[in-house]
Structure formats: C-alpha cells, structure tokens
Write a protein that binds this ligand. Sequence first.
Ligand SMILES: [Zn+2]
Length: 237
Amino acid sequence: LSPLLGRKSKTKPNGKKPAPEEKKIYLEPEYTKSRITDFEFKELVMLPREIDLNEWLASNTTTFFHHINLQYSTISEFCTGETCQTMAACNTQYYWYDERGKKVKCTAPQYVDFVMSSVQKLVTDEDVFPTKYGRDFPPSFEALVKKVCRYLFHVLAHIYSSHFKETLALELHGHLNTLYVHFILFVREFNLVDSKETAVMDDLTGVLCSSACAGGGGGNGASGGGAGGAQNHVKER
Ligand SMILES: [Zn+2]
C-alpha cells in the first residue's frame, strides 16, 4: 500500500466526516494581494467636513449597491438554483423574510434577486433617498441604510465563499477585493453592519484590511499623506 493511499483513508477518531467547508482559496496570499488600486480607502470613506451625513450615507450606499450588483452579475450565470440551493456564505445560511416577517425558502439567486430589487426600490424612492433640494431624509433613514448594507454584505460574502473560482477565472478578484475593502471600511466607519454579522468573513477582512483597517481607532499613521487631516472629520452624529 502506498503511503498516499494510506493517508487518504484516514478518518477522524470520532468517525465524523470533516467539516464540509471547502478550502478558502480567497485567502491565498497571491489572491489577497490583488487590488485594482492601492488607494487609502480609510480616508476616502470619512465624512467630508462640508457634507451632510445622510447625503454621504445615501450616495455611498447607492454606489455600493451598483458596484456589488455589477460584481455579482459577472458570476450570476454560475449562481443557479442547482449550484446554490440556499443563500450561504461559508457555513452561514441567510434567510429572506417577506414584508410580513415570514421566512421565505429560497435559493441563492432568488435571495440575491430579492436583495437587489428591494434595494433598487429603496434607493429610487424619493421619500427614502431624496435627491431633490429641500427634501428631508425620513427618520427611519439610518435603519434602512443599515438594512441595505447588511444585505449587500451577504451578497459579497456569497461571491467569496461560493464563486471565487469563477471570479478568478474572469480575473476580477482584484476588483472584488478592492470593492470589499472599500465597503467594509465604509460600514465600519459609520457602524452600519453589526460585527456579529460580518464575523463570517473576519479571516478575509483581517488579511485584506490589515494595512488599511488598523483596528478601528487611532489609524496607522504610516501611510497616506495629509498628516493630522484625519483627526478633523466629524465624529458626532
Ligand atoms: Zn451562488
């Protein structure tokens, strides 16, 4: 018997199959290094002094929606009811809830479709995302932005965990990584997505953001120009 075969037949002592989770190829250093820009996103996401917070949240959220929708569309032909019977990211399952709060059983492409159409509806609703001068944001605005960002995170997490190979084949992993870093830094800056929610991708976030994130407070100070400029941004809201 060759040693190779011997190794192959090895089972865990308790007889249980190992976790079904595949190797996370998106964590391979050769891929995590890939970006389309080395721009300092930490500074980019900060609220500029002269801009209203809600305006800033609205315009960024809308842009992330379009970019994540576009990124998903590149692999959507591989995300089918057969390949992705449930909406999952690593070992986490996501469920859609209808307007009455009822759990809806759906495949990943259906879930993404629910996300994209409901977000599209929100960001084009003048009562929620007003674009005309003098119109106010509704009191529920921040809660809605949080909801949108949570759903968009699910889509990003699903692309990484289920469609990274296809993204690689299309050579779009640099775009995906860049979009992910930008998005994560944005939602962290304004506390838009619960850390429990993003925990499923913490290993990736740790690697991708190791230079850019530097753990929330303080900043790393090592990179970027405008020394001191970072301190000026408005914290209270
Ligand atoms: Zn899928």
